[in-house]
Design a protein around this ligand. Structure first.
Ligand code: ATP
Ligand code: MG
Length: 246
């Protein structure tokens, strides 16, 4: 059984077919990626999978249970974590507090209790900070972090929701090559150590080929190729889209 399965997912905005009849099956304990040019439909597909947007047609199954039409919070509680291109980080809280508030929220102790909750969830918060390599920066306000550290914090916030499946939308967006490889190494290490399943979107080809066990290629809302990296690399249509003809 696939951990995540999409059947015929379709979404149009006005006349634009953002996602068209997309089928996807993500197996457990692997790193899957979705690539495609700007506007291919990657973010929209993530929004459909995670319940942020209702689909026009199609169905989504998570851990064998149909989740089509369920609220995003419900899907998060079932174990699907996702990051957002626009981050939900509180700039005035420290790195530690940002993670801690998610840990507490995940445990059902909402932000309203936060003032009285300084002593709660410390161990779990530290575990997450350690996973994303941010223990030393724990007391820094999130608002002063570099782009790379912000992405790491964002990853920590998603991990604090204790996902079994992690959806990452362009996790290396805006990063330098050095930050990009560090982030990719981090995702790979976390996936290995915690037996997480990861599905991510990306623009940078080298990144995708180095860590994915399976790649889905989208163009104009459709899946045009899917398979292991060597198959995708050799696919003529993919080469045309990414590298131009001749
Ligand atoms: N809320 C919206 N309203 C109208 N059109 C939208 C909306 N969201 C996306 N689109 C359109 O749907 C198509 C797919 O967009 P989407 O953001 O999913 O692509 P993407 O593959 O994530 O692109 P990028 O690589 O730039 O992030 C585009 O043509 C986009 O303009
Ligand atoms: Mg996008």
């Amino acid at each position: 059984m696939a951990m995540l399965e999409a059947q015929g997912l379709t979404k149009a905005f006005g006349g634009v077919a953002a996602v068209s009849a997309v089928n996807l099956a993500v197996q457990e304990n692997r790193i899957y990626s979705i690539i495609g040019p700007n506007g291919a439909g990657k973010t929209t597909l993530f929004n459909l999978l995670s319940g942020r947007l209702p689909c026009d047609h199609g169905r989504v199954f998570f851990k064998g249970i149909e989740i089509t039409g369920l609220a995003p919070e419900h899907i998060v509680r079932m174990g699907m974590g996702r990051s957002f291109q626009v981050t939900n980080i509180f700039p005035k809280l420290t790195v530690f507090e940002n993670i801690q508030s998610t840990v507490l929220f995940q445990q059902g102790k909402g932000l309203s209790l936060f003032a009285a909750a300084h002593a709660l969830g410390i161990e779990e918060t530290e575990t997450v900070l350690d996973m994303v390599g941010m223990l030393e920066k724990r007391e820094e306000p999130a608002g002063v972090l570099s782009a790379g550290d912000l992405k790491r914090l964002e990853l920590g916030i998603v991990l604090a929701t204790k996902p079994d499946l992690l959806l990452l939308d362009e996790p290396t967006c805006g990063m330098s090559p050095v930050e990009t490889s560090a982030t990719i190494e981090l995702i790979k290490r976390i996936a290995d150590e915690t037996s997480l399943t990861v599905l991510f979107t990306e623009h940078k080809m080298d990144v995708v080929f180095s860590i994915s066990s399976h790649i889905t290629v989208m163009n104009f809302g459709r899946v045009i190729a899917a398979g292991p990296p060597e198959v995708i690399r050799a696919n003529g249509e993919v080469q045309r889209i990414y590298f131009g003809e001749g």
